[in-house]
Design a protein around this ligand. Sequence first.
Ligand SMILES: [Zn+2]
Ligand SMILES: [Zn+2]
Ligand SMILES: [Zn+2]
Length: 607
Amino acid sequence: MAIDCLVLGAGQEVGKSCMVVSINGKRIMFDCGMHMGYTDSRRYPDFSLISKTGDFDNALTCVIVTHFHLDHIGALPYFTEVCGYKGPIYMTYPTKALAPLMLEDYRKNMDRRGEDEQFTSDHIAECMKKVIPVDLKQTVQVDKDLQIRAYYAGHVIGAAMFYAKVGDAAMVYTGDYNMTPDRHLGAAQIDRLQLDLLITESTYATTIRDSRYGREREFLKAVHNCVAAGGKVLIPTFALGRAQELCILLEDYWERMNLKVPIYFSAVRNFDRSLINAPGPCVLFATPGMIVGGFSLEVFMQWAPSENNLVTLPGYCVAGTIGHKLMSGKPTKIDLDKDTQINVRCQIHQLSFSPHTDAKGIMDLVKFLSPKHAILVHGEKPKMATLKERIQSELGIQCYCPANNETVTIPSTHYVKADASGTFIRSCLNPNFKFSTRSSTDKSYLDSNKSKAVSRLSVSDDRATEGILVVEKGKKAKVIHQDEILHMLGEKKHEIQFAYCIPMPMARTEDLSSTSHMLCGFDKSTLISRLSMILSDELSEGNILDLGEELQVESFRVSVCSSDNCPHRLSSSLQNGSESVFFCCNWSVADEKLAWKIISIMKNSTL
Ligand SMILES: [Zn+2]
Ligand SMILES: [Zn+2]
Ligand SMILES: [Zn+2]
């Protein structure tokens, strides 16, 4: 079984997030975003890679959208109303409520820029009717095999990470998330799940952020300095998300500093656009973010030429937007199109706080979930490569950062469920306790001035269970105890025995040297009892039994060999030519270690 991930967007870039994952026969599209940096066909994911014939209803089991940002949902009305996808679409309740506002705001801006209309207001409304809203942590059965569940992601209102499970294979697609709480949203929360795959955003793959407080103060200082000098502050934002947080921050500051300078929102109904030409300082939140076009671009064109004014930009702007151009170097002129050029003399302040997790947050999440594989999307290629290395070397998790239109295939889990026999289960019940003492200095046990080490007994139960997995054709797999296997197979028990005939040298004492034939001088039981004495001196384990003509230590048996043609003999006598007695040994495989220990004692001893 395998999981195939086809990257239709946000592969080694930020923009048009779209990932089609085939998992145990189900096919899920995660996010359906647009790229704000392009106006041509590259704006949308290449949906033809999902189905050549355009039969998307059969090609996909469902679509899941993580949040209302356009790079995650911007292509959805186009996909449903123009491409014709009619299958189920899942998102959280807040995302369903707010997405139409974002899409409508964008559509109007497209209109104003004179671009081809890719979808209409009706398209947005029709598209949203197909959406099935879900609650956080609610398990949704998409069909009898596919289960999905949303988890709180922080980032923006309604943003969710999605868990999907088909059979034994499971994965999480994070969308955008934040691992630290900000002023109006909490940190992402997810259960510890058993995952084959984690697909995570990596916008800030190499950034580690310090305290939020200092970064907020920088922003407030820049805004305050500008309005105090009579300038105008443009804060380009999308209607929802970032705007709410910055607004809370500014209002709080305005109150504390008792500032009277007006703060405007262009996204409110009936906003009076002439206010932007009013004299005196002001702060304006204008949509869309990143100065993609629309009203924020109009205002930017008017305000940018004055050095009194200030434009704040988010920590991340998509390549191709004016926001991105302003952040790359310090341009004094920006070409809007071949006829229009904007003089840029205003101040630029880049916000260093962001609703995206930093590198530490990504590492924390990957470590917490410990998936078998991780895929990075929604980031910049070189930084993603660095993070990928860290995930592989520090966490030992296989990691990939595929480009757009590439497919990554990873193996998926398939559990074999097996019955267990009663004998096997009983054999598992025997505990294997290990006792150890460790000394610790516990403060409550301390005398006033004399420290006393307290040793504590700790008990652990290291149970390892051994059984035999039996898989028979057409039958359910079964785990049985080893004693049951013979009965099950109808076989007799065979035991492997080892045998070795070993010569031992005789001591050259006077009375021995006069004896011509050893075995005449000593009867077998005398030789055996001599050997018994040697072994009891040298052998630290095993119980030595002297049975007269035979010695026995566990399954190891030794007796004097009287056959000159013993098949277990390697050589007919000792190499140094001294007189010797042959002992025939045999043992079963379980006592192999013991046997070789005894043999080595015999080799190094003299009778
Ligand atoms: Zn987002
Ligand atoms: Zn995004
Ligand atoms: Zn022998």
